[in-house]
Design a protein around this ligand. Sequence first.
Ligand code: NDP
Ligand code: MG
Length: 389
Amino acid sequence: MKKIAILGSTGSIGTQTIDILRKHPDRFEASLLTAGSNVDLLIKQSRELRPSMAIIADDRQYDKLRENLEPLGIETASGAAALADAMDRDDFETVVTATVGYSGLMPTVRAILSGKDIALANKETLVVAGELITHMAEKNSNSQIIPVDSEHSAIYQCLQGEDRNQVERLIITASGGPFRNMTAEALEKVTVADALRHPNWQMGAKITIDSATMLNKAFEIIEARWLFGVPSDRIEAVVHPQSIVHSMVEFKDGAVKAQLGLPDMHLPISYALGERERIASPEHMSLQDYSRLEFMAPDMDKFPCLKLAKLALETGGTSACTINAAGEVANEAFREGMIRFTDIYRVIMDTLEKAPSVQQPGLDDYVAINSASRAIASQEVARINFNQL
Ligand code: NDP
Ligand code: MG
């Protein structure tokens, strides 16, 4: 029986992780569930799964959580610090990091330090502090990071049994998002509803917008650089609108290995939970249903956010931390109707220009640069919003 903590159990990845636990009660047990503010769903999930503890990040929801769960003997807490502290508990061995954004960083650090395995969905943690996090996991031999992101799970699966020195290139596939065929002029006018309509994947709002700008793909290149130790000039993004080939690895002899499957996160989540053991599933695909699999180069001029991976990895230091922070602020501002879709890239670039930076940063530097970058990005959003009035 593997005991699991799910950070962000009420979200898209969190609820799909719970689906897997429900189907395999003989293998997996939830010991800790956490949410941002959706207290009702967290209570419902806790009543069903009976974890030993439930935590809500939003303090205002704490009384309701406690009143409902204490009578059941479930410990409760609230706030970001409690969430990070809970990583030291010894009643689980694997942490599924399914919170969104920078909020995943501290709990992931603490979980690695206390020797937990990480089923990593929260890619922002590796974008912000990939070098630090992967170093920490390497030093702590009890802790391994297994990717949940579908592209990285595909690469991880392709690398099993292979010598990593034989890798020539990583090829990360991208659906291209809802605006793949749109002109640059039309992109200026897209609405939030348009951007939230992803063609192949049902995901949380933040990553869906990041997929539409292709910032998500830039993040995935950074994520791959740290997970697999391959430099950015040997990681390529290719547009594959069908989302059937989840990613590929090219080896020195020219062989290319790929992992194919339906666009469904249950598979990468269960592969990570099972630590590479394949857990039987009724969902199987027929290749005849997909007679056309297309691959094409991404349009970097139309989707400039994609260029940010190379920029961040070549600049190093805290530049990716700043890009992530500005990206979070701009993503939210777009969803709230404060800025246009095409302003997201502007906010990130303007913030990068103005934000302080640190080379060879430690954890405290990431915390400080995240705050400073968010403040600058918020000013940029206010300025753009004012000029549009
Ligand atoms: P969702 O927005 O659906 O879920 C986010 C989860 O995090 C929710 O449980 C939410 O709680 C919680 N949360 C939000 N803010 C905070 C906070 N400040 N502190 C603690 N918890 C918080 O996101 P997704 O499930 O789509 O994505 C989660 C992560 O997985 C992201 O990093 C994303 O990039 C990555 N990912 C997602 C994929 C997908 O298919 N969805 C695919 C690959 C990667 P509440 O419900 O209360 O708001
Ligand atoms: Mg992905």
